[in-house]
Design a protein around this ligand. Sequence first.
Ligand SMILES: [Zn+2]
Length: 154
Amino acid sequence: MVPQPSLGHRPAQITPRSVPWTCQAPRKRIMRHVSFDLLAPVARTAFLGLDAYLRRETRFRCFETYRDPAAQAVAFAAKTSKAAPFESAHQFGLAADFVVWRNKQWHWPATDDPEWDALRRAAHDFGLINGISWDRPHVEHPSWAGVRKLTRKS
Ligand SMILES: [Zn+2]
């Protein structure tokens, strides 16, 4: 039997440091969410379909769905994301990241590894977008393009 990562809310061992986000509780544990219930209803069905397909046919598993603003600030400060809080589709429940799960561990193949192409094709088949060359795990709902315009600083 192929081991599966557990679903539910899992704490990601992220230490907030150099965080520009002025949260009231800077020492609060940052959570990595993998629940599809936290995605926007408009996107949920497509992501659930994609996840079911990936579990059946590939080694890709969901690594993160919704990302709260504090976690986004940590990722931005650590330069693992180019988006500041409220500049990412993850804060709007319109994106999820999928990563290779193998031998009970997460694996990030190189960005040019052809294994990522299976994720891109599957996302497209479910009406989702996996098109960022430097962020291969990132899958977003097409409605993000419109929502994104609302988030831009004037
Ligand atoms: Zn992402």
